[in-house]
Design a protein around this ligand. Structure first.
Ligand SMILES: [Zn+2]
Length: 234
């Protein structure tokens, strides 16, 4: 009886096209191939470890122009995997003349990308899309230190709306960065994502980290093999 009930509900789920949801625990990164083959078989997966002394110079077509100095109203939400902010009318980044529009940003703790093997306590991902649906993500690592005003505005307003200017969360220097081709770090692990990780590392306070970690304290995917990829530095 029980078995057939379980079978029935599994069949119902499949029929409805609904899969049990991925997470960072029972259905964590080792199982993500069950949600999307790309997570398991892809050769351009994120995150990665960056060896700062094993980089090549940046191709001209990958030069990044940051045009994010724009205020917008935004929703702050707990999406079940992270704290996410959705600006209504955010800025752009321009890569090789192509415009990518700001879609949303969210955080991981600890950092997903590592630098010379080191995880940082928090990483910001700023997701952009061009008109053809191609994705580009800016990554910002945060270290412990001085209090971060802009992060407070996010953490104080989960479930509410805020006004946000993306520049307030990016490092002051946006002209030093690493670039590579990677993927979304969550299922469906979609590839051909342009990744940029800034070299400058802003700070957050321990109290702010504690507050974020009350929501999520291990929402990170382990680093993935580079295979044939080279990390460019600028
Ligand atoms: Zn992310």
């Amino acid at each position: 009886m029980f078995k057939s009930l379980i079978f029935l509900s599994a069949a119902t789920l499949l029929f409805a096209g609904v899969h049990p949801h991925w997470d960072y625990d029972m259905h964590g990164p080792k199982h993500w191939g069950e949600f999307s083959q790309t997570c398991e078989k892809g050769k351009l997966q994120s995150p990665i470890n960056i060896e700062s002394n094993v980089t090549v110079s940046l191709a001209d077509s990958h030069i990044l122009v940051v045009d994010e100095n724009r205020s917008s109203s935004a929703k702050v939400l707990d999406n079940g995997h992270s704290i996410e902010v959705d600006p209504k009318d955010g800025g752009d980044i321009i890569i090789g003349g192509k415009h990518f529009h700001l879609v949303q940003f969210h955080f991981h703790s600890v950092s997903e990308n590592t630098l010379d093997g080191r995880h940082y306590p928090l990483e910001l991902h700023v997701v952009h899309k061009d008109k053809d649906g191609h994705l580009a993500v800016l990554g910002v690592l945060f270290d412990l230190g001085a209090h971060n005003e802009a992060l407070d505005r996010v953490l104080n307003n989960v479930g509410k709306a805020i006004d946000v200017n993306m520049m307030s969360l990016l490092p002051r220097d946006t002209q030093g960065y690493y670039h590579w081709f990677g993927s979304l770090t969550t299922p469906p692990c979609t590839e051909d994502v342009e990744w940029y990780l800034f070299k400058q590392i802003p700070t957050i306070s321990q109290a702010q980290l504690d507050r974020f970690q009350k929501y999520y304290n291990h929402n990170y995917r382990p680093v993935q093999p580079l295979y044939n990829r080279k990390v460019e530095a600028h």
